[in-house]
Design a binder for this molecule. Structure first.
Ligand code: BGC
Length: 379
Protein backbone atom coordinates (compact mmCIF):
# COMPACT_ATOMS: atom_id res chain seq x y z
CA UNK A 1 0.00 0.00 0.00
CA UNK A 2 1.26 3.43 -0.86
CA UNK A 3 1.84 5.55 2.21
CA UNK A 4 1.32 9.34 2.29
CA UNK A 5 5.07 10.08 2.86
CA UNK A 6 6.05 8.05 -0.20
CA UNK A 7 3.48 9.94 -2.35
CA UNK A 8 5.05 13.25 -1.29
CA UNK A 9 8.48 11.77 -1.97
CA UNK A 10 7.35 10.80 -5.49
CA UNK A 11 5.93 14.31 -5.96
CA UNK A 12 9.22 15.89 -4.87
CA UNK A 13 11.17 13.58 -7.19
CA UNK A 14 8.84 14.41 -10.07
CA UNK A 15 9.25 18.17 -9.43
CA UNK A 16 13.04 17.74 -9.34
CA UNK A 17 12.88 15.95 -12.70
CA UNK A 18 10.80 18.82 -14.17
CA UNK A 19 13.17 21.48 -12.78
CA UNK A 20 16.17 19.51 -13.98
CA UNK A 21 14.72 19.34 -17.47
CA UNK A 22 14.06 23.12 -17.38
CA UNK A 23 17.55 23.92 -16.07
CA UNK A 24 19.66 26.10 -18.35
CA UNK A 25 21.58 24.41 -21.08
CA UNK A 26 25.16 23.60 -20.18
CA UNK A 27 27.62 26.33 -21.16
CA UNK A 28 28.49 26.06 -24.83
CA UNK A 29 32.25 25.91 -24.55
CA UNK A 30 34.85 24.83 -22.02
CA UNK A 31 36.83 27.43 -20.08
CA UNK A 32 39.65 28.65 -22.29
CA UNK A 33 40.64 30.68 -25.34
CA UNK A 34 40.01 29.65 -28.92
CA UNK A 35 41.41 31.39 -31.97
CA UNK A 36 39.27 31.08 -35.10
CA UNK A 37 39.46 32.53 -38.57
CA UNK A 38 36.86 35.29 -39.21
CA UNK A 39 37.63 35.90 -42.87
CA UNK A 40 39.80 38.25 -44.89
CA UNK A 41 40.04 41.96 -45.59
CA UNK A 42 39.76 43.01 -49.26
CA UNK A 43 43.60 43.16 -49.42
CA UNK A 44 43.80 39.51 -48.34
CA UNK A 45 44.91 40.05 -44.73
CA UNK A 46 43.45 37.48 -42.36
CA UNK A 47 41.09 38.51 -39.57
CA UNK A 48 41.04 36.34 -36.44
CA UNK A 49 38.32 35.88 -33.87
CA UNK A 50 39.27 35.17 -30.25
CA UNK A 51 36.69 33.35 -28.17
CA UNK A 52 37.18 33.64 -24.42
CA UNK A 53 34.98 31.41 -22.24
CA UNK A 54 35.08 31.53 -18.44
CA UNK A 55 34.22 28.81 -15.94
CA UNK A 56 30.59 29.89 -15.61
CA UNK A 57 30.11 29.77 -19.39
CA UNK A 58 30.18 33.54 -19.99
CA UNK A 59 31.76 34.05 -23.38
CA UNK A 60 33.15 37.05 -25.27
CA UNK A 61 34.25 37.07 -28.89
CA UNK A 62 36.66 39.73 -30.12
CA UNK A 63 38.05 40.08 -33.64
CA UNK A 64 41.29 41.63 -34.78
CA UNK A 65 39.54 44.00 -37.22
CA UNK A 66 38.76 47.09 -35.14
CA UNK A 67 39.27 45.12 -31.91
CA UNK A 68 35.52 44.62 -32.23
CA UNK A 69 33.54 42.72 -29.61
CA UNK A 70 31.24 40.69 -31.85
CA UNK A 71 29.40 38.63 -29.21
CA UNK A 72 29.03 38.70 -25.44
CA UNK A 73 27.02 35.89 -23.89
CA UNK A 74 25.91 36.34 -20.29
CA UNK A 75 23.34 34.48 -18.19
CA UNK A 76 19.93 35.91 -17.30
CA UNK A 77 18.34 35.40 -13.88
CA UNK A 78 17.37 31.84 -14.85
CA UNK A 79 20.96 31.14 -15.86
CA UNK A 80 20.09 31.08 -19.56
CA UNK A 81 22.86 32.71 -21.63
CA UNK A 82 22.03 35.46 -24.14
CA UNK A 83 24.13 37.58 -26.49
CA UNK A 84 23.85 41.15 -25.17
CA UNK A 85 25.74 43.16 -27.83
CA UNK A 86 24.66 44.38 -31.26
CA UNK A 87 26.72 43.42 -34.30
CA UNK A 88 26.84 41.11 -37.29
CA UNK A 89 27.40 37.41 -37.90
CA UNK A 90 29.87 37.95 -40.74
CA UNK A 91 32.99 40.06 -41.33
CA UNK A 92 31.58 41.22 -44.72
CA UNK A 93 28.79 43.10 -42.95
CA UNK A 94 31.26 44.92 -40.68
CA UNK A 95 33.30 45.89 -43.77
CA UNK A 96 30.27 47.51 -45.44
CA UNK A 97 30.27 50.19 -42.72
CA UNK A 98 28.38 50.43 -39.44
CA UNK A 99 28.02 52.81 -36.48
CA UNK A 100 31.03 51.48 -34.52
CA UNK A 101 29.39 48.30 -33.19
CA UNK A 102 31.67 46.88 -30.48
CA UNK A 103 34.73 48.73 -31.79
CA UNK A 104 37.73 50.38 -30.21
CA UNK A 105 37.36 54.05 -31.07
CA UNK A 106 40.46 56.21 -31.43
CA UNK A 107 42.87 57.86 -31.80
CA UNK A 108 40.37 60.33 -30.29
CA UNK A 109 36.89 59.05 -29.46
CA UNK A 110 33.93 61.40 -30.04
CA UNK A 111 34.18 64.74 -31.83
CA UNK A 112 36.91 67.28 -32.46
CA UNK A 113 35.28 70.53 -33.58
CA UNK A 114 36.03 71.63 -37.15
CA UNK A 115 38.48 68.68 -37.42
CA UNK A 116 41.41 70.88 -36.47
CA UNK A 117 43.43 71.87 -33.44
CA UNK A 118 46.59 73.66 -32.39
CA UNK A 119 49.10 71.93 -30.13
CA UNK A 120 52.37 73.51 -28.94
CA UNK A 121 51.87 76.25 -31.54
CA UNK A 122 51.45 73.86 -34.48
CA UNK A 123 48.21 73.57 -36.43
CA UNK A 124 46.83 70.15 -37.32
CA UNK A 125 44.04 69.33 -39.75
CA UNK A 126 42.21 66.06 -39.30
CA UNK A 127 40.14 63.85 -41.58
CA UNK A 128 36.55 65.17 -41.64
CA UNK A 129 33.82 62.54 -41.25
CA UNK A 130 30.94 64.11 -39.31
CA UNK A 131 29.59 67.36 -40.73
CA UNK A 132 32.59 69.71 -40.47
CA UNK A 133 34.02 67.72 -37.54
CA UNK A 134 36.20 64.66 -36.87
CA UNK A 135 34.37 61.79 -35.15
CA UNK A 136 35.93 58.72 -33.49
CA UNK A 137 39.38 59.09 -35.05
CA UNK A 138 38.36 59.97 -38.59
CA UNK A 139 37.58 58.14 -41.80
CA UNK A 140 39.86 55.23 -40.97
CA UNK A 141 39.91 55.29 -37.19
CA UNK A 142 41.09 52.53 -34.86
CA UNK A 143 37.73 50.80 -35.42
CA UNK A 144 38.92 49.95 -38.96
CA UNK A 145 42.51 49.01 -38.09
CA UNK A 146 43.77 45.44 -38.16
CA UNK A 147 45.14 44.80 -34.68
CA UNK A 148 47.85 42.27 -33.82
CA UNK A 149 46.63 39.91 -31.15
CA UNK A 150 48.06 37.45 -28.65
CA UNK A 151 46.15 35.35 -26.16
CA UNK A 152 47.34 35.08 -22.57
CA UNK A 153 46.08 33.55 -19.36
CA UNK A 154 46.79 34.89 -15.88
CA UNK A 155 45.38 34.58 -12.37
CA UNK A 156 43.05 37.43 -13.26
CA UNK A 157 41.47 35.59 -16.18
CA UNK A 158 41.66 34.92 -19.88
CA UNK A 159 42.98 37.74 -22.04
CA UNK A 160 43.55 38.81 -25.57
CA UNK A 161 46.04 41.61 -26.00
CA UNK A 162 45.70 43.73 -29.15
CA UNK A 163 48.34 46.10 -30.46
CA UNK A 164 48.13 48.73 -33.16
CA UNK A 165 50.72 51.25 -34.33
CA UNK A 166 49.14 54.41 -35.69
CA UNK A 167 51.77 56.21 -37.72
CA UNK A 168 52.59 59.90 -37.62
CA UNK A 169 50.10 61.80 -39.77
CA UNK A 170 47.44 59.08 -39.83
CA UNK A 171 44.05 60.81 -40.17
CA UNK A 172 46.00 64.03 -39.52
CA UNK A 173 47.20 63.19 -35.99
CA UNK A 174 50.80 63.86 -34.94
CA UNK A 175 53.23 61.22 -33.68
CA UNK A 176 53.71 57.49 -34.02
CA UNK A 177 51.37 56.11 -31.39
CA UNK A 178 51.58 52.51 -30.16
CA UNK A 179 48.38 51.41 -28.44
CA UNK A 180 47.60 48.16 -26.67
CA UNK A 181 44.16 47.08 -25.58
CA UNK A 182 43.80 44.06 -23.31
CA UNK A 183 40.41 42.39 -23.01
CA UNK A 184 40.25 40.15 -19.93
CA UNK A 185 37.37 37.87 -19.02
CA UNK A 186 37.37 36.89 -15.34
CA UNK A 187 35.61 33.96 -13.71
CA UNK A 188 33.38 36.48 -11.91
CA UNK A 189 31.59 37.48 -15.13
CA UNK A 190 33.60 40.65 -15.59
CA UNK A 191 35.02 41.97 -18.82
CA UNK A 192 37.94 44.26 -18.13
CA UNK A 193 39.36 46.47 -20.87
CA UNK A 194 42.75 48.01 -20.26
CA UNK A 195 44.15 50.53 -22.73
CA UNK A 196 47.73 51.74 -22.81
CA UNK A 197 49.59 53.93 -25.31
CA UNK A 198 52.89 55.69 -25.94
CA UNK A 199 53.83 58.29 -28.53
CA UNK A 200 56.93 59.92 -29.99
CA UNK A 201 55.28 63.33 -30.43
CA UNK A 202 52.57 65.11 -28.44
CA UNK A 203 49.09 64.00 -29.51
CA UNK A 204 45.55 64.10 -28.22
CA UNK A 205 44.28 60.64 -27.30
CA UNK A 206 40.98 59.24 -26.07
CA UNK A 207 40.41 55.50 -26.39
CA UNK A 208 37.20 53.70 -25.59
CA UNK A 209 34.98 50.81 -26.62
CA UNK A 210 31.77 51.45 -28.53
CA UNK A 211 29.73 48.33 -27.70
CA UNK A 212 25.97 48.67 -28.02
CA UNK A 213 24.36 46.63 -25.25
CA UNK A 214 20.86 45.29 -25.02
CA UNK A 215 20.62 43.35 -21.78
CA UNK A 216 17.44 41.58 -22.91
CA UNK A 217 19.41 40.16 -25.86
CA UNK A 218 20.69 41.73 -29.08
CA UNK A 219 17.55 40.79 -30.98
CA UNK A 220 15.02 41.91 -28.38
CA UNK A 221 13.78 45.33 -29.54
CA UNK A 222 14.68 48.53 -27.74
CA UNK A 223 16.29 49.33 -24.39
CA UNK A 224 13.83 52.04 -23.25
CA UNK A 225 12.65 49.92 -20.31
CA UNK A 226 16.21 49.34 -19.03
CA UNK A 227 17.01 51.50 -16.02
CA UNK A 228 20.20 53.53 -15.82
CA UNK A 229 21.96 54.79 -12.72
CA UNK A 230 24.95 57.10 -13.12
CA UNK A 231 27.54 58.26 -10.64
CA UNK A 232 27.41 61.73 -12.13
CA UNK A 233 26.25 65.15 -10.92
CA UNK A 234 27.41 67.21 -13.93
CA UNK A 235 27.47 66.98 -17.71
CA UNK A 236 29.04 68.85 -20.62
CA UNK A 237 26.28 70.43 -22.77
CA UNK A 238 26.64 70.43 -26.55
CA UNK A 239 25.50 72.60 -29.44
CA UNK A 240 23.33 71.44 -32.35
CA UNK A 241 26.38 69.76 -33.95
CA UNK A 242 26.99 67.80 -30.72
CA UNK A 243 30.11 69.87 -29.96
CA UNK A 244 30.62 70.78 -26.28
CA UNK A 245 29.95 74.42 -25.48
CA UNK A 246 32.62 74.30 -22.75
CA UNK A 247 30.11 74.59 -19.92
CA UNK A 248 29.92 72.03 -17.12
CA UNK A 249 26.37 72.04 -15.78
CA UNK A 250 24.46 70.30 -13.01
CA UNK A 251 22.24 67.36 -13.96
CA UNK A 252 19.90 68.26 -11.12
CA UNK A 253 16.42 69.17 -12.33
CA UNK A 254 17.04 67.88 -15.87
CA UNK A 255 16.25 64.59 -17.69
CA UNK A 256 19.98 63.88 -17.32
CA UNK A 257 19.69 63.25 -13.61
CA UNK A 258 20.33 59.52 -13.25
CA UNK A 259 21.73 59.71 -9.72
CA UNK A 260 18.86 57.41 -8.85
CA UNK A 261 17.93 54.71 -11.34
CA UNK A 262 15.46 55.80 -14.05
CA UNK A 263 14.37 54.08 -17.25
CA UNK A 264 16.08 55.30 -20.44
CA UNK A 265 12.65 55.94 -21.95
CA UNK A 266 11.10 57.78 -19.00
CA UNK A 267 12.23 61.33 -19.84
CA UNK A 268 13.83 60.87 -23.26
CA UNK A 269 11.21 63.08 -24.99
CA UNK A 270 11.95 65.97 -22.59
CA UNK A 271 15.54 66.42 -23.79
CA UNK A 272 16.20 69.94 -25.15
CA UNK A 273 17.50 70.20 -27.80
CA UNK A 274 16.59 66.61 -28.42
CA UNK A 275 19.16 64.79 -30.56
CA UNK A 276 16.76 61.82 -30.68
CA UNK A 277 17.71 60.57 -27.26
CA UNK A 278 20.66 60.47 -24.91
CA UNK A 279 24.00 61.35 -26.45
CA UNK A 280 25.74 63.17 -23.62
CA UNK A 281 29.05 63.18 -21.83
CA UNK A 282 28.52 62.82 -18.11
CA UNK A 283 31.20 63.99 -15.70
CA UNK A 284 31.86 61.16 -13.28
CA UNK A 285 31.90 61.99 -9.58
CA UNK A 286 35.13 61.04 -7.86
CA UNK A 287 38.79 61.25 -8.70
CA UNK A 288 40.15 60.97 -12.20
CA UNK A 289 42.70 58.18 -12.83
CA UNK A 290 41.52 55.64 -10.29
CA UNK A 291 38.76 53.05 -10.54
CA UNK A 292 35.36 54.31 -9.44
CA UNK A 293 31.77 53.26 -10.08
CA UNK A 294 30.38 54.89 -13.20
CA UNK A 295 27.09 53.30 -14.25
CA UNK A 296 24.58 50.55 -13.59
CA UNK A 297 22.05 49.34 -16.13
CA UNK A 298 19.32 46.87 -15.27
CA UNK A 299 16.89 45.04 -17.50
CA UNK A 300 13.85 44.08 -15.42
CA UNK A 301 12.76 41.48 -17.98
CA UNK A 302 15.87 39.29 -18.04
CA UNK A 303 17.18 40.33 -14.62
CA UNK A 304 20.57 41.13 -16.14
CA UNK A 305 22.50 43.90 -14.43
CA UNK A 306 25.56 45.59 -15.90
CA UNK A 307 27.86 47.54 -13.60
CA UNK A 308 30.57 49.74 -15.07
CA UNK A 309 33.62 51.08 -13.26
CA UNK A 310 36.39 53.15 -14.82
CA UNK A 311 39.48 55.27 -14.31
CA UNK A 312 38.14 57.84 -16.83
CA UNK A 313 36.70 61.26 -15.93
CA UNK A 314 33.66 60.94 -18.20
CA UNK A 315 31.18 58.59 -19.81
CA UNK A 316 29.24 59.08 -23.05
CA UNK A 317 25.76 57.71 -22.67
CA UNK A 318 24.41 57.09 -26.15
CA UNK A 319 20.96 55.55 -26.58
CA UNK A 320 21.38 54.36 -30.18
CA UNK A 321 19.51 57.41 -31.51
CA UNK A 322 20.81 57.15 -35.05
CA UNK A 323 19.83 53.49 -35.51
CA UNK A 324 16.94 53.66 -37.97
CA UNK A 325 16.06 50.05 -38.68
CA UNK A 326 18.01 50.03 -41.95
CA UNK A 327 20.86 47.92 -40.57
CA UNK A 328 20.21 44.19 -40.36
CA UNK A 329 22.39 42.69 -37.68
CA UNK A 330 22.86 39.20 -36.29
CA UNK A 331 20.25 36.68 -37.45
CA UNK A 332 19.04 39.33 -39.96
CA UNK A 333 17.28 41.36 -37.26
CA UNK A 334 16.78 45.06 -38.10
CA UNK A 335 18.18 47.37 -35.43
CA UNK A 336 15.68 50.16 -34.83
CA UNK A 337 16.11 53.36 -32.83
CA UNK A 338 17.30 52.65 -29.27
CA UNK A 339 17.99 48.96 -30.03
CA UNK A 340 21.09 49.31 -27.87
CA UNK A 341 22.88 51.70 -25.53
CA UNK A 342 26.59 52.57 -25.37
CA UNK A 343 28.50 53.49 -22.24
CA UNK A 344 31.72 54.96 -23.59
CA UNK A 345 34.12 55.70 -20.75
CA UNK A 346 36.26 58.58 -21.92
CA UNK A 347 37.86 61.99 -21.61
CA UNK A 348 35.35 64.72 -22.42
CA UNK A 349 34.64 65.20 -26.12
CA UNK A 350 36.64 67.94 -27.85
CA UNK A 351 38.94 68.32 -24.80
CA UNK A 352 41.70 69.63 -27.05
CA UNK A 353 39.70 72.88 -27.43
CA UNK A 354 38.82 73.26 -23.75
CA UNK A 355 41.85 73.74 -21.46
CA UNK A 356 39.64 73.50 -18.35
CA UNK A 357 38.59 69.91 -19.27
CA UNK A 358 40.86 67.10 -17.99
CA UNK A 359 44.01 66.92 -20.12
CA UNK A 360 43.80 64.60 -23.13
CA UNK A 361 47.29 65.25 -24.55
CA UNK A 362 49.85 62.44 -24.36
CA UNK A 363 53.50 63.44 -24.54
CA UNK A 364 56.62 61.38 -25.31
CA UNK A 365 57.94 59.69 -22.15
CA UNK A 366 54.46 59.44 -20.58
CA UNK A 367 52.14 56.46 -20.73
CA UNK A 368 48.42 56.78 -21.43
CA UNK A 369 46.36 54.35 -19.35
CA UNK A 370 42.66 53.75 -19.03
CA UNK A 371 40.85 50.81 -17.44
CA UNK A 372 37.15 50.02 -17.62
CA UNK A 373 35.35 47.09 -16.06
CA UNK A 374 31.98 45.72 -17.20
CA UNK A 375 30.58 43.40 -14.54
CA UNK A 376 27.48 41.27 -15.21
CA UNK A 377 25.18 40.03 -12.46
CA UNK A 378 21.48 39.25 -12.15
CA UNK A 379 18.79 40.46 -9.82
C1 BGC B 1 28.41 59.57 -30.40
C2 BGC B 1 27.22 59.76 -31.30
C3 BGC B 1 27.50 59.09 -32.60
C4 BGC B 1 27.76 57.64 -32.38
C5 BGC B 1 28.18 56.98 -33.67
C6 BGC B 1 28.60 58.09 -30.21
O1 BGC B 1 29.74 57.89 -29.46
O2 BGC B 1 28.27 60.21 -29.18
O3 BGC B 1 26.96 61.14 -31.47
O4 BGC B 1 26.45 59.26 -33.49
O5 BGC B 1 28.81 57.49 -31.47
O6 BGC B 1 27.60 55.81 -33.86
Amino acid sequence: MTSIPSISLLFVLAMCAVLWAAAPAAPQGKRGIQKLSFGQLPDGQAVDLYVLTNQTGMCVKVMTYGGIITELHVPDRQGVPGDVVLGFDRLEDYLKGHPYFGAITGRVANRIAKAAFTLDGKNYTLAVNNGPNALHGGIRGFDKALWNAVATESREGLSVKMTYVSVDGEEGYPGNLTSTVVYTLTDHNELKIHYQAETDAPTPINLTNHSYFNLAGAEKGNVLQHTLKLNSSFYTPVDAGLIPTGEILKVEGTPLDFRTARAFGERISQLKPNPGGYDHNFVLDGPDGIMKPAAEVYDPGSGRLLEVATTEPGIQVYSGNFLQGDIRGKKGIAYGQHAGFCLETQHYPDSIHHPHFPNSVLRPGSVYRQTTLFRFRTR
